[in-house]
Design a protein around this ligand. Structure first.
Ligand code: M6R
Length: 364
């Protein structure tokens, strides 16, 4: 049942090109030239804002989606952790869509946050992996992510399928609201359809990622840095590493480095820098140089162009294929997940059932 893999987590990481292809096919029908939300009649011109709520990895998917909805569809977005949102009881005014993201669909805090929005939000929408779950049943619209059953406690394929569905929702919003041209939309659709192939190329980098992980397994603390779309992923990479290898890790926005965490940098501190060659690349590289000037050990995750420009002095390199800039968080999830996986294997921890954690958190 593990398909020849040692752990469910490894199997689920490897499955991503297939399940993402399923998710993309069901929202972006082949031959079609628009995103169709299955079973949902959603018109984003009738909505002014989006409030997204989730926990853990699903929360990082929401943070990523904030960049997409704002940049592609010009929609104001608020994102919150469910346990904070539900007790803060924020005002929900205007034409708001409340959007809940949950793999299990049973997370107690997320469900309570959804119930708080009943009668207040214009539409209650959920993005779930389990269509029969409480969160799906109590939503006006439940959108499936098509990841299939996820057994590893550390969420992997559910995260990238959540991201794929959220990106397609943002593209539907952009099409409805006329914020992208037809050519721009067509570029996104073509890139999405090519994503499973590019994910396979990222998975082919497994040996290099394993070598870098060997080094992480000797560290006590690890810092993950990213800007823009890579910032939420830096936090997700740190969460994965903490959860299964018990190595302390923090994800930071690169620009925040000098506001505190730089004090931690010394020769014992590995810093994973997630940086495709995008519009904020130069800024991230200068942050990376600040780390190296203090003898911090940089693991650079980038593409050919980025590596050619910035490889001097880095400790190790993980090379990613080039991809449309919107898709980088999905693609760069692969090295984030595999770094945590191989570190955990090197440390001999229980990868699929890490201590103190449950797959579904149904109590608060
Ligand atoms: O089932 P959910 O997506 O609502 O779960 C949310 C979190 O509990 C979950 O993502 C958790 O953080 C994972 N262990 C992350 O790997």
């Amino acid at each position: 049942e593990k398909n020849g893999h040692k752990h469910f987590m490894a199997k689920e990481i490897a499955e991503q090109p297939i399940v993402i292809a399923d998710a993309i096919r069901s929202y972006l029908p082949s031959g079609g030239d628009q995103v169709v939300l299955p079973g949902a009649d959603l018109d984003f011109t009738k909505l002014d804002r989006l409030t997204m709520v989730a926990c853990g990895t699903a929360f990082y998917a929401c943070l990523t989606a904030k960049y997409w909805f704002e940049q592609l569809a010009q929609m104001p977005v608020e994102v919150d952790i469910a346990s904070e949102f539900r007790y803060r009881e924020p005002p929900i005014t205007g034409r708001t869509m409340a959007l809940f993201v949950s793999q299990s669909g049973e997370t107690a805090d997320t469900l309570a946050a959804l119930r708080y929005c009943e009668g207040k939000a214009d539409k209650i929408v959920s993005v779930v992996n389990v269509p029969e779950s409480s969160i799906a049943r109590e939503s006006d619209i439940a959108l499936p992510i098509h990841a299939g059953v996820e057994i590893g406690v550390a969420s992997t394929k559910a995260f990238t399928c959540q991201l794929s569905v959220l990106l397609m929702m943002a593209l539907k919003a952009a099409a409805d609201r006329g914020t992208l041209t037809d050519d721009e939309l067509a570029d996104h659709y073509a890139a999405l359809r090519g994503l499973p192939t590019v994910m396979n190329a990222a998975l082919d980098q497994n040996p290099a990622i394993k070598t870098s992980a060997q080094r992480l397994s000797e560290a006590r603390d690890v810092l993950f840095l990213g800007r823009g779309l890579m910032y939420p992923l830096a936090m997700e990479g740190a969460l994965k590493l903490k959860e299964i290898s018990y190595v302390h890790a923090e994800g930071y926005a690169s620009g925040e480095l000098k506001h505190g965490p730089i004090a931690l940098i010394d020769k014992n501190m590995p810093v994973v820098v997630m940086a495709p060659r995008d519009t904020v690349f130069d800024k991230t590289v200068s942050n990376m140089q600040e780390v190296m000037a203090r003898k911090g050990k940089v693991i650079l995750v980038s593409d050919d162009d980025g590596i050619a420009e910035a490889e001097d002095g880095v400790w190790s390199i993980i090379r990613m294929p080039h991809v449309h800039s919107s898709l980088t968080p999905i693609l760069y999830s692969v090295p984030a997940q595999l770094l945590a996986y191989h570190t955990a294997v090197a440390k001999g921890t229980d990868v699929d059932q890490p201590r103190n954690l449950a797959k579904s958190v149904t109590v608060e």
